[in-house]
Design a protein around this ligand. Sequence first.
Ligand code: P1T
Length: 386
Amino acid sequence: MTNSKNLKKGTQAIHVGNHPDKTTGAVIPPIYQTSTFVQSSPGEHQGYEYSRSHNPTRSRLEECLASLENADYALVTSSGMSAISLIFQALPKGSKVLCGDDVYGGTYRILNTIYNDRFELKQVNSTDLEAVHDVLNSYKPDLIWLESPTNPMLQISDIHAIVEASRKIGAKVVLDNTFMSPYFQNPLDLGVDMVVHSLTKYINGHSDVVGGAIMLNDKELYDKLWYLQNSIGPSQSPFDSWLVLRGIKTLAIRMEAHAKNAMIIAEFLENHPKIEKVIYPGLSSHPQHELAKSQMSGFGGMLSLYIKGGLEETKRFLEEVNLFVLAESLGGVESLIEHPAIMTHASVPSEERAILGITDNFVRVSVGIEDVNDLKKDLNDALKTI
Ligand code: P1T
């Protein structure tokens, strides 16, 4: 599709990569459920050889995702973690990595237990620009890894300021944009070198696919990442790519609905007597609320909270909710709720969890797009039991 960059996100999500099939006219593109492709003579084919390398269904999804993140290239992988891993595989041995101190537990785990003998690693509170400047100048990292908002504390970092500072020392910046989706935040526009997504979350949106993606503008880096993906093999299946293409069509209306519901739930919980504190970037009580307004076009569907009480009360609350499904993951149309200390961030050592505030009474909520009054009632009923 020509000039897709002039289209709004809601239109891109429906049309880019979704053009009718040339051979049959099918409006919905077929699933090219094939592992291999015929060659008329050795080395002569129509652009596709083998589905680990390329597949037409996956190519369509990559086209759509590149367009949504205002990127020249996108690479779709079998999971968010395999996308993250490919970027670390592309880093030369002995590189120095600087990572935000609050990231998804799986990202923490891969840096600390899989690549720990390959890189030097330091972590920093990336909301503290002075601390970031200090560590950039003293440590001089090759790569900076950020989440904004972070998982699960929903902290916001000044992406543009960090990019400017890292340019001075020649460091590349990667931003995991999973929590915002390309609908609410486009980090490449703020100067970031690579964006990572877990497609499993908002982009697919229906909790029925695991997938990941990397979006970027640098052709050389893209070629290197593709080479690694083709060699190591974490390519997404055609069926899963097709499901994501199906889910992504409603990204715009889903994200608007998530954010609307999350704001209502955040305000409701902030005034609830059984709740100690709510963290949601859309609340004026959020420490980086103004920054969030300036670099995001919406506040998303994720919020975190502290129950008044300890582990016992928190567990009871989590057992008593009905519409909020107690499960890992986020970004599906259904509301999910979880206990980071026991579930998603169990691989972060307890001392580090304590510093971050991931305590026994800390709960993370992925607000779905159900009727918000039903969601409020469900939370209220569960809170009454503690
Ligand atoms: O689960 P997977 O598709 O491999 O994505 C990993 C990942 C990467 N980045 C962020 C910010 C994430 O939140 C995740 C996965 N997170 C969860 C499963 C969770 O419940 O937080």
